[in-house]
Design a protein around this ligand. Structure first.
Ligand SMILES: Cc1cc2nc3c(=O)[nH]c(=O)nc-3n(C[C@H](O)[C@H](O)[C@H](O)COP(=O)(O)O)c2cc1C
Length: 180
């Protein structure tokens, strides 16, 4: 059993992320979901709580916070940080070391020896942008494992690299980290 912190950002692939969360739980892992505030506009925290059996976190401020300092509490427990799907925006924030929300703050607070994996999902034109590719290279050299997205049709109908991986492919690629 691995204690996974599953970070979900605001991509059209949030529905696939819900399936991923469910399959990880079924495989016996503890899945703690953190949504960016924008992702919480696209998918319900309640659904993810039902699928994972765990509280879902969005902000460490206000009435919905879980502890006095959620970013420290969650970071301490995490054995694998998996950000899937990762938007172009979130990738840029992580590459710059910015921490405007709970997920980005947590990503900085997690100890350096905890494996961190990022699976991008975006329109192929976004994925091909030099700024996005530069940010991904920065994250890889900072120790992130950056998985290549699939090539194919994305939600808006464009085709190319940037499509979020299917759940079975995520589980296959992360087999070494998930004890499979
Ligand atoms: C329905 C919808 C789908 C989106 N899908 C993506 C996506 O797959 N990848 C991406 O980089 N941005 C996507 N965006 C744009 C991001 O949501 C936007 O850049 C946002 O600022 C990202 O916020 P976050 O990184 O804090 O979650 C989408 C927006 C909407 C409304």
């Amino acid at each position: 059993m691995t204690r996974i912190l599953l970070g979900i950002s605001a991509s059209a692939a949030v529905a696939k992320a819900a399936d991923l969360a469910s399959k990880l739980r079924q495989a016996g892992h503890e899945v703690n979901v953190v949504l960016t505030p924008n992702a919480a506009e696209l998918i319900s925290a309640q659904l993810l709580e039902a699928l994972t059996g765990r509280p879902v976190h969005v902000s460490e401020y206000g009435p919905n916070r879980r502890c006095a300092m959620d970013h420290i509490e969650l970071a301490r427990k995490t054995e694998l940080l998996l950000i899937a799907p990762a938007t172009a925006d979130l990738i840029g924030q992580l590459a710059a070391g910015l921490a405007p929300n709970l997920l980005t703050t947590l990503s900085l607070a997690i100890p350096a020896d905890v494996p961190r994996v990022l699976i991008p999902a975006m329109n192929p034109f976004m994925y091909a942008q030099p700024a996005v590719q530069r940010n991904l290279k920065t994250l890889a050299s900072d120790g992130w494992r950056v998985e290549e997205p699939a090539t194919g049709e994305v939600a808006c109908g464009d085709e190319g690299p940037g499509r979020f991986l299917e759940t079975h492919e995520v589980l296959r690629r992360l087999g070494d980290l998930l004890g499979a």
